[in-house]
Design a protein around this ligand. Sequence first.
Ligand SMILES: Nc1ncnc2c1ncn2[C@@H]1O[C@H](COP(=O)(O)OP(=O)(O)OP(=O)(O)O)[C@@H](O)[C@H]1O
Ligand SMILES: [Mg+2]
Length: 337
Amino acid sequence: MGVQEIRRHYESAAMDTTIAIDVRGLTKSYGDVQAVAGIDLRIQRGEIYALVGPNGAGKTTTVEILEGYRPRDAGTVTVLGYDPGQHRRQLKSKIGIVLQSTGIDQFLTVTETIAMYAGYYPNPRPAAEVIELVGLESKRNIRVVKLSGGQQRRLDVAIALAGNPELLFLDEPTTGFDPSARREAWEVVKNLAALGKTVLLTTHYMDEAQYLADRVAVISAGRIVAEGPPGTLGGRELATTVVRFRLPAGQSLPPDLAASREPDGYVSFAPENLTAALHRLTGWATERRIELDSLEIVRASLEDVYLALTSGQPEPAGMTGQSRAAAGQPAARTAAR
Ligand SMILES: Nc1ncnc2c1ncn2[C@@H]1O[C@H](COP(=O)(O)OP(=O)(O)OP(=O)(O)O)[C@@H](O)[C@H]1O
Ligand SMILES: [Mg+2]
C-alpha cells in the first residue's frame, strides 16, 4: 500500500463517523506462524459483528490488534477514528473488552471489582446497574474466587460494560455458560446494540452468531473465507433444502417423488421446486389418509455452512489462547493491563 493510499484510508475512516472499525490488509506473525494473513474488515457503528473460525484461526490476534494490545506487522487499522497502534490511551476510554482468558483479582468482591474497573473510565455506569445487566445481583458481595466459571465469565462481561463504552470487544463471551445464562447474555448484547453500541465478538457457537450478529466473518488460517449476514453466508440461502418425514411401514412413495429411506425409518428428498414437491407429497398423503409423521423442511444451518467452509483447513502450528489456558499456563495477558 502506498503512502498516499494509507493517508487516504485514515482520512476517510476518521471522517466517516458511521464506521466503527476499518481494517485493510492486516497481517501478524509470531515467529514462523502467520496468525493473520491479510484481513479486510469494515464494521458500521451500531453493528454486531461476529468472527467465527477454528482454534488458532487468528480471531483473538485480530481482536487484540484492534484493541491496541498487540502490534501489527502490516496493514491499516482505524477504530473509532483512532489507529490503535498509535492512540491506545485515547481508544482505551471508549472501548470495553472481554478477553478470552482473564486474570482478575480473586479476593475482591463482585461489586469491588466492577467499581475498580469503572474508576478507569471518564463516564462509567453505576456498578449496581452493570451487575443487574449481567444477572449477578445475588453475588454482588461474594469474592470472585467463590464464583463458578460461568459466573466469572458474567463478571468479565460486567467489567467490559463498567466504562459505558461505545464499542465492545467480546472474545468468546459465553464460553462456559449454561444454556439459560447464554440466552441472558445474548439479551445483554442485543440491548447494547439497541443503545447504539458496536459489538465485535468471537464465538464457537453458531447459534450465538446466528442470533446475535448482523454480519458474520468466517476466519480460517488467518484469512476471511466468507462474510455476510448469517442467513445468507456462503450462499446458505441457495443451498439444497431437504424434505424429511416418516412413512408408515408398508407404504411406498410414488416414483416421481424419488426419495431415499434412511435406516432410522425417515424418508428424505431434495426437491428442485420445493413448493410443487410439497404440494404433490401432501396431496398424495392426504388422498390416502397417510400421516407423514415428523414432516420437516431442513435447510442448511449456519453450522453446516461453517463446517463446509472450514473443513480441511489445517490449524496453524502452536498453541492457542484456549489451549494455553487448558494446559494450566498463564494467559499471555491479564485484564488489568
Ligand atoms: N502470544 C503468542 N505467541 C506465539 N504464537 C501465538 C500467540 N498467540 C497466538 N499465537 C498463534 O497464532 C495463531 C492464532 O492464534 P489466535 O489466538 O489468534 O487464534 P484464535 O482464532 O483466537 O483461536 P481460538 O479459537 O483457539 O481462541 C495460533 O497458531 C496461535 O498458536
Ligand atoms: Mg481466541
